[in-house]
Design a protein around this ligand. Structure first.
Ligand code: MEV
Length: 432
């Protein structure tokens, strides 16, 4: 059984962390090797996109302490931003004290859209489509025998009439498709293309666009976490648990009512979500599009998460968002590092992956709100950011930490300062 609690992980060397990770996850060094080598061969990359000239790498860090639905999980993050992995891991530790993350998912239903134009009577066409619904669903159901074998397939057909100023009234047909462990874009797009001629014959209209919707509001992941209020007390009792809890709730109130704040609040959630989506080779643009469309589903853009308290005064967070991720196709299948990510998390279904990702999103959101509601984001963020600035200013090896520490002590973390701090460190250690 995997354990997600590895003490002192932060202080180890990369090599030592790799060994600890293999121990804690029971994966062989070979299974974890894609993260040592970078994973993707130039030849595979050449088959993935066009005009390939090389590879672009990003760090993989491991999120610790996560317990999702009673199971320990080590979470790979692919991200360039400091504080993300540390923030989520620390919040996962606090959530763990309250029983961990409780996550659920709907069936993995995706929506395919078909735009039907050039109709004489939209209402007549709408009813004709409904009259043929069973046969249309039967055709769509046949397009992917593998999905069908695993329990997926066409589930429903919905018809909407849309009024437009540009072309007048037209129809949009939604094909609801259970895509099981796939992200689903290919299956859904193929099914829509297959149905188009039949729908044209039934209605006399013309099917124009036929494409998946990224507003995947039938494929939702939800998570809830309770954090005991005493766990929220911060360093040296500077902020007691109640104050931190109420600060987080007040920060949520801001995001819930103001789209300018909600965008940043949700960006914090996506810091964690995207990092795991990317680690597993999934389409993070699709997840971003779905998340923000969902945040605006009431007509006003708002927070994806909620924060409040329970009857005992503990902090309670929830997050609900579309999560169209797969584990069987595309880059997830081809990219060895994505395969390592799926193995490390021990997920057997796309829904299990979605439950972990939404838990990470909630943890990440809490990390940001906790910092913002107390000491501010810069203190923690800057000490980590300082390392990047030190590297950009030309530091390498052991000097990186020293230059970073110097800049943080001087409370000015800037590249020009990095250069000067570097010179001071050099003088201190006797290099002229
Ligand atoms: C920075 O990447 C993310 C935050 O701005 C999120 C937030 O403000 O909630 C810190």
């Amino acid at each position: 059984m995997t354990t997600s609690r590895i003490s002192g992980f932060y202080n180890l060397t990369i090599e030592e962390r790799r060994a600890k990770l293999a121990d804690a996850s029971h994966l062989s060094p070979l299974e974890l090797a894609p993260w040592t080598t970078g994973g993707l061969s130039a030849e595979s990359a050449d088959h993935m996109i066009e005009n390939v000239v090389g590879m672009h790498s990003l760090p993989v860090g491991i999120g610790l302490n996560f317990m999702v639905n009673g199971r320990d999980v080590l979470v790979p993050f692919v991200v360039e931003e400091p504080s993300v992995v540390a923030g989520a891991s620390f919040m996962a530790k606090l959530v763990r004290a309250g029983g961990g993350f409780h996550a659920t998912t709907t069936d993995p239903l995706m929506i395919g859209q078909m735009q039907l134009i050039n109709l004489v009577n939209v209402e007549e066409a709408k009813l004709k489509i409904y009259e043929h619904k069973a046969e249309l669903l039967a055709i769509a159901d046949e397009i992917d025998p593998i999905l069908k074998k695993f329990g997926g397939g066409a589930r429903d057909l919905e018809v909407r009439v849309i009024e437009s100023s540009a072309i007048g009234a037209f129809i949009v047909i939604h094909l609801i498709y259970d895509v099981r462990d796939a992200m689903g874009a290919n299956a859904v797009n193929t099914a829509c293309e297959k149905l188009a001629p039949q729908i044209e014959a039934i209605t006399g209209g013309k099917i124009h666009l036929k494409i998946l919707s990224n507003f995947a509001d039938r494929r939702i992941a939800r998570v809830r976490a309770t954090i005991p209020v005493n766990e929220l007390t911060m360093a040296a009792d500077e902020f007691n648990g109640e104050a931190v809890r109420d600060g987080i709730i007040a920060a949520y109130a801001f995001a819930a009512s103001d789209p300018y704040r909600a965008a940043t609040h949700n960006k914090g959630i996506m810091n964690g979500v995207d990092a795991v989506v990317l680690a597993t080779g999934n389409d993070w643009r699709a997840i971003e599009a779905g998340a923000h469309a969902y945040a605006a589903r009431s007509g006003k853009y708002t927070s994806l998460s909620t924060w409040g308290k329970d009857k005992d005064g503990n902090l309670v967070g929830t997050l609900e968002m579309p999560m169209a991720v797969g584990i069987v196709g595309g880059a997830t299948k081809v990219h060895p590092a994505a395969q390592a990510a799926v193995k490390l998390m021990g997920v057997k279904t796309a829904n299990e992956l979605a439950q972990i990702i939404v838990s990470v999103g909630l943890a990440q959101n809490m990390a940001a709100l906790r910092a913002l509601a107390t000491e501010g984001i810069q203190r923690g963020h800057m000490s980590l950011h300082a390392r990047q600035v030190a590297i950009a200013a030309g530091a390498s090896g052991k000097l990186i930490e020293k230059v970073a520490a110097q800049m943080v002590a001087e409370k000015v973390v800037r590249i020009d300062r990095g250069g000067r701090a570097g010179k001071r460190v050099h003088r201190k250690i006797g290099n002229k």
